[in-house]
Design a protein around this ligand. Sequence first.
Ligand code: GDP
Length: 530
Amino acid sequence: MANQDFLNEINKRRTFAIISHPDAGKTTITEKVLLFGQAIQKAGTVKGRGSNQHAKSDWMEMEKERGISVTTSVMQFPYNERLVNLLDTPGHEDFSEDTYRTLTAVDSCLMVIDAAKGVEDRTRKLMEVTRLRDTPIVTFMNKLDRDIRDPMELLDEVETELNIMCAPITWPIGCGKEFKGVYHLHRDETILYQTGHGHTIQDVRTIKGLDSAELDAAVGESLAEQLREEIELVQGASNEFDLEMFLSGDLTPVYFGTALGNFGVDHMLDGLTEWAPAPMPRKTDDEREVSAEDEKFTGFVFKIQANMDPKHRDRIAFMRIVSGKYSQGMKMNHVRLGKQVSISDAVTFMAGDRERAQDAYAGDIIGLHNHGTIQIGDTFTDGEKLKFSGIPNFAPELFRRIRLKDPLKQKQLLKGLVQLSEEGAVQVFRPLINNDLIVGAVGVLQFDVVVARLKAEYKVDAIYESVNVNTARWVSSDDVKKFEEFKRKCEANLALDGGDNLTYIAPTRVNLNLSMERYPEVIFSETREH
Ligand code: GDP
């Protein structure tokens, strides 16, 4: 039997990420969440102009320039008896691979929707990913201080387009200049909105019940009447919150508010910390499930980030602890290498500054200093040989040859590319028959990121040239003899990726199809599970 203190530590953890379309307000909400988590004193520092303080994830020059979040970072803070881990997901579409992998490390998601726009593209895609694991979803309808679409219509759209039932927990009173606050259906009270308190936690005024003269006076008779009518409709027509359906990913509680005005974010956090699941089990390659309450330590690496802090110039491997407890100096088994390692200096991400982890439990993320031995997808245990499954690498769809302006720095270039590919930011291929270096990406922007980072972090100036590669597949086969024949005959199309895995790089789809027909014994795979 695990002891009670240990179980309490695990059961108070809530690990989630935010999914949204760019500009819906993810950064602003993150900032307000940190404000409520007492991790920052005053909001307005995240993207504030003229401020030297940037959000902890906004560390890269390019990121600042473009206003996109390239990195994934982790923020831990206490809220309502819980300990919350918020994993930041990269905002730009080109970095979806990273986002997908981050979503394997959380137990629930907050979906943020711009209420003036409704369900947008990227939200649709990310919801598909969360569906693979039936991740529970909490919804926040943002920007109520603007003219939004009809709330009923927004719920309908979420239900039909994202195929998830909506259970409104709060309901808006007016919007735009007329936004007065929300009625909380579970608490049976109206919470009034005041402008001008976007940066600090505000004292709110609440009014109990719907049939109250005070309500009429506070929001005006016509809005109060409209609210009463709408609530009657909502209570009749929409779903009631059901914990089991939420936990199975079939129903989402919905909140309304404005992140910029710092209103409603706390209602959402109250719901999320109460209902979202404590650390969930994870599956292994041999179809076993490891429970968070298992006292033996296990974890997997879902993300590697180079040079997180220019002052540190290190590489950090982000590990989700699946079970047990990490304590400083403990020994772990690095399963892929079959090696025992002693971890003395893991970092936690208590919002504010990176701190040295003392203890960490299932559900937490810790950062391991990586000197090139750790790869995305690696499992660590307290000795047992097991491997967590489901952390994908996607075949790139865009390819360029990368060339140095100064040919003497070839070694440095290779080192940079291999490290960036370890992070999963980009993929690098080295053909078997020549010394080319081919960069493969899922989105165009990745190419720019790679050149900028090579320059900033590895001091090499590189440029791209076009290359006759159209698509790539990882290849393997159980038939050793046929595989040897395939390798001999197709050598001109074979390359090694950053992890030395054999890849078929095809000049055209037709070429790929022909080879697949010719060598049915060979498996051509579009994703590589780490
Ligand atoms: P992200 O791209 O999802 O991280 O979105 P941001 O948090 O950067 O927000 C995008 C823009 O929307 C910024 O200009 C924000 O100031 C603005 N914004 C965010 N929340 C609100 C809100 O509640 N009301 C209004 N009017 N603007 C908002």
